[in-house]
Design a protein around this ligand. Structure first.
Ligand code: 13P
Ligand code: SF4
Length: 313
């Protein structure tokens, strides 16, 4: 299909959205054009809450596969489409459900309370006691049953940050986000020295060495409120590059500087960036690719996702 001019494409998307009774949800890391056409742009927590509350018959989820799965877990009767089935996540891939099941079986005597970061498959969610996002992980870990051994999967960096914040010991699955671990102590020192007055805000998926250089460590949604409420004007944003569009759109009077890696001036998630306006239009037109989850897995995963939504109130 030849590329239509963007305005035609946007009109087509809006018309398909109306005809399908669809809602378009987009993560903060999506390209600017997708953020502009979405009904809601947010972090993993906000997107899950929107998915749980929508009346739409179709959810077009612009993010990565596990996000579409979460929407389907909460809406088994609705049609959930994503622009590109290949948009996965290195963090989710680092913890296959079979490996986690084998680990829990091999460590039965520990009677783990398993906390799973939302960046994981439906199969992992089905094995977990509760799901967390970066926006509610500290609150939910604090509410974990006293005296139980805690296993945190799959992100070792976010897990380590939750341990720091809660003081609760946890065993950590050794997964990581390939984007956030590209920020280094050197790359952040370098940008800080170029912008001495700027406030540094980092995502908790970053390594400890990088988190230690940040003035604030928080979820992508909290980045918006933190920068809005801060008296500072200049901010170094240490997360995926899509976040800069969201911040610049909401806070046009402030200055946002991308956190660099050793190799690049900013960090892109190759999975998040697989989605395009054309693919969004096509998934609304064809209702494909669609998310399907075996019902037994979906029902078990729903318990841990709903527990998260309940504990986030
Ligand atoms: P949040 O937007 O929930 O902070 O998550 C970041 C992320 O890496 C999603 O893939
Ligand atoms: Fe996964 Fe990292 Fe990409 Fe988020 S930024 S989708 S955690 S690979």
């Amino acid at each position: 299909m030849t590329a239509a001019p963007t305005t035609d494409l946007i009109s087509e998307i809006l018309e398909l959205k109306r005809a399908r009774n669809a809602v378009i949800l987009a993560h903060n890391y999506q390209i600017a054009a997708i953020q502009e056409v979405a009904d809601f742009v947010g972090d993993s927590l906000g997107l899950s809450q929107q998915a749980a509350a929508t009346d739409a018959e179709v959810i077009a989820f612009c993010g990565v596969h596990f996000m579409g799965e979460t929407a389907k877990i909460l809406n088994p009767k609705k049609t959930v489409v994503i622009p590109d089935m290949a948009a996965g996540c290195s963090l989710s891939d680092s913890c296959p459900a079979e490996k986690l099941a084998a680990f829990l079986e091999a460590n039965r005597e520990k009677n783990y309370y398993t906390i799973a970061y939302i960046n994981c498959s439906a199969g992992v969610k089905a094995l977990a006691d509760v799901i967390v996002t970066s926006g509610n992980a500290v609150k939910i870990a604090n509410a974990a049953p006293a005296g139980r051994n805690i296993l945190f999967v799959p992100d070792q960096n976010l897990g380590a940050w939750v341990i720091e914040k809660t003081g609760r010991p946890m065993d950590l699955w050794q997964g990581s986000c390939y984007v956030h671990v590209e920020f280094t102590r050197d790359s952040i020192h370098r940008i800080k020295s170029q912008h001495p007055g700027a406030v540094t805000v980092a995502h908790p998926e970053c390594t400890l060495a990088v988190r230690m250089l940040a003035d604030e460590v928080c979820s992508t949604e909290r980045m918006v409120t933190y920068c809005r409420d801060s008296a500072a004007k200049d901010f170094i944003i240490v997360t995926e590059s899509g976040m800069l569009h969201r911040l610049r759109r909401e806070l046009p009077h402030k200055n946002f500087i991308p956190g660099p890696t050793d190799a690049c001036a900013c960090a892109d998630c190759r999975y998040m960036k697989m989605n395009t306006l054309e693919k969004l239009r096509d998934c609304l037109a064809n209702l494909e690719p669609q998310i399907h989850i075996p019902e037994d897995i979906r029902a078990r995963a729903e318990r841990s996702v709903r527990r998260m939504l309940e504990l986030s109130k």
